[in-house]
Design a binder for this molecule. Structure first.
Ligand SMILES: Cc1cc2nc3c(=O)[nH]c(=O)nc-3n(C[C@H](O)[C@H](O)[C@H](O)COP(=O)(O)OP(=O)(O)OC[C@H]3O[C@@H](n4cnc5c(N)ncnc54)[C@H](O)[C@@H]3O)c2cc1C
Ligand code: SF4
Ligand code: SF4
Ligand code: SF4
Length: 389
């Protein structure tokens, strides 16, 4: 019965997938995150769920100092992707070689779920960061069946989900390529529900068909995110940063002590955004999206070698990218108002109202944003003496 009520449970679903008696259900807890609940009538106390839970025992044998590449897919793919389309590059290769892709899609209720795809139409649905915790459902079991049948499998997810998958599999497979995200935390289902409810308030009878939290309606790297929501009646762009302003407030409690935000990384390949690229080399940023790819294992390196000639990429220093994307090596500290924020969300307070309560931009930053680029550069490089590298 030990996997219930674990303080730092990430909700990866490994215990649910392993239980031979189907005694575990992933239920939504008081904060809107998936957590395992055991049916004591069905449980035979075999101990398997506790044995495979990756918390406090997962050990990665990957490289301590992975090579890092800035990466760009084609313009067409980047406009559909959150960053520079790194995921697509690996997924396309595995798919062309008769493989199977696991990643996150929106289901018909606009809930994020892991899904098994065997064609490019279904892989397309995986594009875009769904900033909410995804339900891995039965995909660890499905992936094991594929692997045992000799299929090539690419499984993508947050690092804790990849840790859960590896713990569930209990052995290495040559035909498995894992891809994890640089991850600052997974958001509550209540948070997304709140957003959807307020969005639909004055849109009678409209149905949300999809949401894109990283819409390229706002140029990549501008410092802002726009959420584009598609309904059966139209396409709507949110005010800047409306959903994304509260990502740290609305993350899972376990994210604050994440055991996977570290080197060596969990998956063969880590993908994310090349934040800070303007301070590295401005000419690399065309506003359409630039990925980071970390090669964490020999297998990850091998697959990168196989795809890289079809795209644009450049090696960049690990120390530089970590400075702007600290979740590569450490978890995010949640804001002190997290508890109060959750109370407000559960009461149904809109994110606009939350914004005026919690999100006050310091005057200095507001002024800085209004400055012309030459003045920003002067402050950055001459006054703050930030390295250009
Ligand atoms: C919750 C979350 C937090 C993140 N935090 C950071 C961060 O701090 N820094 C950073 O650089 N990047 C972060 N990312 C990753 C970044 O947003 C992009 O997803 C990543 O760079 C891939 O972009 P792409 O252009 O290669 O692929 P895209 O084609 O946009 O592919 C999206 C990939 O993300 C996966 N995915 C989407 N939603 C989820 C989800 N809810 N859970 C698990 N997997 C999902 C898909 O399966 C697919 O593999 C985060 C992503 C998520 C989902
Ligand atoms: S296996 Fe995953 S979902 Fe189950 S208790 Fe451990 S962390 Fe939580
Ligand atoms: S102890 Fe065994 S039977 Fe009971 S919930 Fe865990 S895995 Fe299932
Ligand atoms: S921060 Fe860690 S625990 Fe939270 S979703 Fe990301 S990988 Fe999982």
């Amino acid at each position: 019965m030990q996997v219930e009520n674990k303080e730092n449970c990430s909700g990866c679903g490994a215990c649910y997938n392993i239980c031979p008696k189907n005694a575990i259900t992933m239920k939504i807890d008081d904060y809107g995150f998936y957590k395992p609940v055991i049916d004591s009538q069905k449980c035979v106390n075999c101990g398997l769920c506790e044995k495979i839970c990756p918390l406090d025992k997962f050990k990665s044998n990957n490289f301590e100092q992975p090579k890092v590449f800035a990466f760009m897919n084609t313009d067409e793919v980047r406009l559909k992707s959150s960053s520079g389309g790194a995921f697509s590059a690996f997924a396309d290769y595995i798919l062309k070689n008769n493989g199977v892709i696991y990643g996150v899609i929106w289901d018909e209720n606009i809930t994020a779920v892991h899904f098994r795809a065997t064609n490019s139409e279904d892989v397309e649905k995986m594009h875009g960061s769904k900033y909410v915790q995804s339900n891995t459902n039965d995909t660890f079991k499905q992936a094991k069946t594929d692997l045992d049948n000799g299929k090539f499998v690419l499984y993508s997810g947050t690092p804790c989900q990849i840790g859960g998958l590896k713990a569930f599999l209990q052995k290495d497979y040559d035909n498995l390529l894992t891809v994890d995200l640089i991850c600052h935390g997974a958001q509550s289902l209540f948070y997304l529900d709140n957003y959807k409810r307020h969005f639909l308030k004055n849109k009678k009878d409209e149905k949300i068909l999809s949401m894109n939290f990283r819409s390229k309606a706002t140029p990549w790297g501008s410092g802002y995110f726009t959420t584009t929501t598609v309904t059966d009646k139209g396409i709507y762009n949110s005010e800047k940063d409306l959903y994304t302003a509260f990502m740290d407030f609305s993350s899972n409690k376990s994210c604050a002590s994440c055991q996977f935000a570290r080197l060596p990384r969990t998956a063969d390949i880590t993908i994310g955004d090349f934040w800070g690229v303007d301070d590295y080399d401005k000419t690399m940023n065309d506003g359409k999206g630039l990925s980071l790819i970390l090669l964490n294992s020999e297998k990850g390196t091998k697959y990168f070698e196989l795809i890289k000639d079809n795209y644009s990429s450049k090696e960049v220093p690990l120390e530089f990218v970590v400075r702007y994307n600290s979740n590569i090596i450490k978890p995010t500290t949640p804001p002190p108002e997290r508890e109060e924020f959750f109370k407000d969300i559960k009461k149904g307070k809109s994110l606009q109202k939350c914004k005026s309560k919690y999100y006050k931009e310091p005057l200095s930053i507001a002024i800085y944003r209004l400055l012309p680029q030459f003045a920003k550069d002067f402050i950055k490089y001459k006054i703050l003496k930030r390295p250009k590298c």
